[in-house]
Write a protein that binds this ligand. Structure first.
Ligand SMILES: [Zn+2]
Length: 126
């Protein structure tokens, strides 16, 4: 299968990348707490799973790069799959923001829509 034409697969891959980056900060904190442990399995459990296939990861990273170039006013003539990739990225980002509302006080993205208190400043979420 050609990755760039798998719309649903690319959408899921973008969501996965966003989830990973949201968790990266948490992971760093957990790992620093584990700094003195020599229990490798504990460290492995703290790391986000890395099961996104390299083809999807590379395509998504390429589309993110393309988007950043376009927003810096670099002009490209896009192939159809690149244009579609940017559209999917935009839709996936919107879905991710809907699924992870920001705290109105501190702006921290929450783990889910059902979070009752901000995971950073503990403000009540509605
Ligand atoms: Zn907050």
């Amino acid at each position: 299968m050609i990755v760039s034409t798998d719309i649903e697969g690319v959408r899921m891959a973008f969501l996965r990348l966003f989830e990973d980056s949201l968790r990266a900060a948490d992971t760093e904190r957990i790992l620093s707490n584990l700094a003195d442990t020599d229990d490798i399995s504990q460290i492995e459990r703290a790391l986000p799973p890395n099961d996104l296939s390299p083809g999807y990861r590379q395509w998504c990273e390429y589309i993110l790069w393309l988007e950043s170039m376009i927003s810096a006013n670099v002009t490209f003539s896009l192939d159809a799959d690149e244009a579609e990739g940017i559209r999917i990225l935009s839709a996936a980002r919107q879905q991710f923001r809907n699924d992870h509302p920001q705290c109105p006080s501190c702006g921290t993205m929450q783990s889910s829509r059902t979070s009752r208190r901000c995971r950073s400043c503990a403000r009540e979420m509605n």
